[in-house]
Design a protein around this ligand. Structure first.
Ligand code: G6P
Ligand code: ZN
Length: 631
């Protein structure tokens, strides 16, 4: 492979039209491999599965065929291929590039070192028209192949994934993924390129560390260009935020920040933005070098897995402040991103912000964010159903249309893209988010971990405008507590029961459905706690944009507390796990009285949790007396 790489690098800038005479397109016979149905976030499998013979090739050939079919039978002219840097990233990129070239895709864009965060890929698809590196400027990306399993661990025994984003930069919809799946059941051959002709074939290898602009002509009609991973994404962020005022915030006395990249793809982007553009020092970054196994960590930015950041922010794993630590000695803002840089965790000094609160606070502070302010405010906001209603309360008070969607970013994507590709309704400028640590807007069509960080920095910047040097800065905690005082607090917490036997997990759901949703009339009396179940519904959704219907999106138990205030518990099965089933229980309880807002969420929600677990017979059905993770 080393020798091949050496020869391949001669096909660069200088002699870019000098196609290697040795390169040949070959058709390889194959047969269908079962189990290739992509989920909402692409196909995720253990690395060992991806490494089986023809696996990547079969899947990518079917992906290309599906993309061509959905493009009216015309060949896709331009495609970006990038991954989150996890184990198998580079090898898969090489394989994929060969398949794409052999199929006649004219321009294949690969970022230097093969690594881009998921939001950055979305930005490339939406924005990149040309670069100095040999592209003529007529091309726009028709789509992107993103190699990621998001927040799942990486390594030889862990997960790898491939997903396809369409021309809008958003994950391909179900129609596409189903059509792709059907092809995987019928495939009989794929195309690829080899060097050395059929007598002594060897793979064509691209040097991913080549300078930006390097081109490899894989066939006379197909070229790989090594592109700058940062440029389009930076432009996207610059269109949202005022970098000058963020830079001023970063240089203020007393402002300190910690960013945890969890050894994923978000790290280099955070460095590029926070250090190179905004002037923070390198010491503000932790784990920002991508590693194939994420340094052995589980790259999911929550209280459990971002434990080092969490403790640096003066927090216990349950999100409460460590009482012995003086908040004035802690960083002003702490943030983490997941493996592919689309999720975010936000914390202040001794203060954890739940994703649902984060979304509501950003909504209420839209004036601080130029992207929204310059366009006259928010045209629409949305949250996933299991997220708390904190957003709804703000939206209602401020007269902003608010949507509650099933879990999954694609529902937001439809709302955001309605103007460009559906009925023309303009819901923008748009803000959306989920309890699962996803926040974003219509600057791209993926959630965006770094966008959320800059949104919070913008809010902090504005909140501290009137504060003179030497005075204590207004912090994250102050901002959120003021928000609660204004709108009330939605105590929120999620219990995850991971690796539950699938039958048992289904039984939990069926019990709730049969007993409380269908048998609604026979709602049981409250337990000793006085918490009363008042109604139960199963969430379904009719997409206002494309009219599609989605059912069975979570079971909602509505309660009335002894105070008369409402509370809610949602049960849902995870759609992203890779072994067994994960039952999620989402707890939410509204409290208007500011004197009660400083209680810790797990304490405030304890009785509600116990009552819900009792009603659904969690322990009896699953054998679990405690959740695996509480976030
Ligand atoms: C992915 C999607 C999110 C979604 C999450 C739910 O991260 O991109 O939009 O909220 O999965 O995961 P779950 O495991 O709860 O189905
Ligand atoms: Zn992710």
């Amino acid at each position: 492979a080393a020798a091949a790489a050496e020869t391949a690098t001669t096909t660069t800038n200088e002699d870019k039209n000098d196609v290697d005479v040795d390169v040949e397109v070959v058709v390889v016979n194959t047969s269908p491999i079962g189990g290739m149905r992509p989920g909402t976030s692409g196909l995720r499998k253990k690395v060992g599965v991806w490494k089986t013979e023809h696996y990547v090739e079969n899947f990518v050939q079917c992906l290309v065929d599906t993309a061509v079919a959905s493009n009216g039978g015309r060949m896709i002219d331009t495609i970006v291929v990038a991954g989150d840097g996890r184990y198998y990233n580079d090898e898969a990129i090489q394989t994929i590039a060969r398949i794409l070239a052999a199929n006649g895709i004219r321009d294949i864009w690969i970022p230097q070192h093969g690594i881009m965060s998921t939001p950055a890929v979305s930005a490339v698809i939406r924005r990149r028209k040309s670069d100095g590196g040999g592209n003529d400027g007529e091309g726009i990306a028709r789509g992107g192949i993103v190699l990621t399993a998001s927040h799942n661990p990486g390594g030889p025994d862990e997960d790898f994934g491939i997903k396809y984003n369409d021309v809008l930069g958003q994950p391909a919809g179900e129609e596409f993924t189903e059509a792709l799946y059907e092809r995987t059941m019928k495939i009989s051959s794929y195309r690829t390129v080899v060097r050395g002709g059929s007598s002594s074939p060897s793979p064509f290898v691209i040097d991913l560390s080549s300078p930006v602009g390097t081109r490899y002509d894989l066939t006379p009609s197909s070229t790989v260009t090594i592109i700058d991973p940062y440029r389009n994404y930076l432009d996207a962020l610059r269109s949202c935020f005022d970098f000058d005022s963020l830079r001023a915030l970063c240089s203020r006395a007393g402002f300190e920040m910690m960013f945890d990249g969890m050894h994923g793809a978000g790290g280099p982007f955070a460095r590029r933005v926070l250090v190179d553009e905004l002037g923070l020092s390198e010491s503000a970054l932790m784990r920002c070098d991508p590693l194939p196994d994420f340094g052995g960590c589980h790259p999911d930015p929550n209280l459990t897995y971002a434990s080092e950041l969490v403790s640096r922010m003066g927090l216990s794993p349950d999100g409460s402040a460590i009482p012995t630590l003086d908040p004035s000695t802690l960083p002003t803002l702490g943030a983490a991103n997941d493996g592919d840089g689309d999720r975010n965790l936000i914390a202040g000094a001794g203060f954890f912000v739940t994703p649902s609160d984060s979304l509501a606070v950003i909504c209420d502070n839209w004036e601080c964010i130029p992207q929204f302010a310059m366009r006259g405010g928010l045209g629409g906001v949305a949250r996933s159903m299991p997220s708390s209603a904190a957003l709804d309360v703000v939206a209602e008070a401020r007269g902003i249309p608010c949507f509650v969607t099933p879990t999954g970013w694609k529902y937001f994507g439809n709302l955001m893209s309605s103007r460009e590709s559906y009925d023309g309704t303009d819901y923008g400028p748009f803000l959306c988010g989920e309890e699962s640590f996803g926040t974003g807007s219509d600057h791209i069509r993926e959630k965006d971990g770094l966008w959320a960080v800059l949104a919070w920095m913008s809010i902090l910047s504005k909140a501290n405008e009137g504060i003179s040097d030497g005075e204590a800065l207004v912090g994250v905690r102050d901002i959120v507590r003021r928000h609660w005082a204004k709108y009330g607090r939605h105590f929120y917490c999620r219990y995850d029961y991971e690796g539950v036997d699938s039958d048992a997990a289904n039984q939990v759901m069926n019990t709730i459905r049969e007993k409380f949703v269908e048998g609604g009339a026979a709602l049981p009396d409250g337990s000793d706690s006085g918490i009363k179940l008042v109604d139960a519904v199963e969430f379904s959704y009719i997409d206002p944009v494309d009219g599609s219907q989605t059912s069975k999106q979570g079971l909602i138990l509505n309660f009335k507390l002894t105070t008369g205030d409402p509370a809610r518990v949602v049960f849902r099965l995870s759609g992203t796990g890779s072994s067994g089933a994960t039952v999620r229980m989402y707890l939410e309880q509204y409290e208007k009285d500011p004197s009660k807002h400083d209680m810790s969420a797990p304490v405030a929600l304890k009785d509600l949790a116990e009552e819900a677990l009792r009603l659904v017979q969690m322990e009896k059905t699953t054998g679990r007396d405690a959740p695996t993770v509480i976030t």
